[in-house]
Design a protein around this ligand. Structure first.
Ligand code: PCA
Length: 215
């Protein structure tokens, strides 16, 4: 039976005019790999509006799996996030000039939600395919963590059979020409996200493999 994976990507934010997540979703729209169909949604880099856009897409597409993707400048690998925490603490304003500081995302929500994607299995398969990848234990406290928390809060309360999670990706080379930050080519990022989509859609259980961090 065909499985549908919704992948969301953020618009550029801060000083960037490009967001690799947006560039990746443009290439992933409509891709079909075996029995897995990818649909995509662009989301604004704005607190609350990003959650609304993702929920609207979930209600429209009724996917089996939702994977939200955002840029994590400075990272060297594709990083499935383990956990979303219930706090907004913005270091820079979002694209609508909101800058919440130490505010809960949901007043009555739990402190955190786990990703319900098989994060270590996704890392394992990306690495096997030559794509640099690791599990991340923090999605930060900006709009990405906010969307991740809002997604899991919605899925927990409305549609628990849909699995969801978040993946941060590095800069692409065109963003790092002057600043010397690490980057991954868009081709490699797209390849990694295709692997992730297939694994997330077809494998429910995670694997037990060393991959934690000391700090
Ligand atoms: N990255 C930001 C928000 C949008 C994006 O792509 C973050 O990590 O919060």
């Amino acid at each position: 039976m065909r499985k549908k994976v919704l992948i969301t990507g953020f618009e550029p934010f801060g000083n960037d005019t490009v967001n690799p997540a947006l560039e990746a979703v443009k290439q992933l729209e409509g891709v079909i790999i075996d029995d897995v169909e990818i649909v995509t949604q662009v989301v604004p880099t704005v607190f609350h509006d990003s959650i609304k856009a993702a929920i609207k897409a979930i209600e429209t597409y009724e996917p089996n799996v939702v994977i939200c993707v955002g840029q994590a400048g400075g990272r060297t690998q594709i990083t499935p996030e383990r956990i979303a925490i219930n706090v907004d603490d913005a270091r820079i304003p979002d694209n609508q000039k909101n800058q919440p500081i130490d505010e809960p995302i949901s007043e009555d929500g739990p402190a955190a939600y786990w990703s319900t994607l098989p994060i270590k299995r996704m890392v394992h398969h990306m690495r096997k395919d030559g794509v640099p990848a690791s599990v991340s234990n923090t999605a930060g406290t900006y709009v990405c963590n906010h969307l991740f928390y809002g997604l899991m809060h919605y899925l927990t309360n409305h549609a628990s059979q849909i699995r969801g999670g978040f993946i941060h990706i590095p800069y692409i080379p065109e963003q790092t020409i002057e600043n010397g930050s690490p980057s991954l080519s868009l081709d490699v990022i797209v390849r990694g996200l295709k692997t992730v989509a297939v694994i997330a859609a077809t494998e429910k259980d995670d694997i037990r493999e060393i991959g934690g961090t000391i700090h």
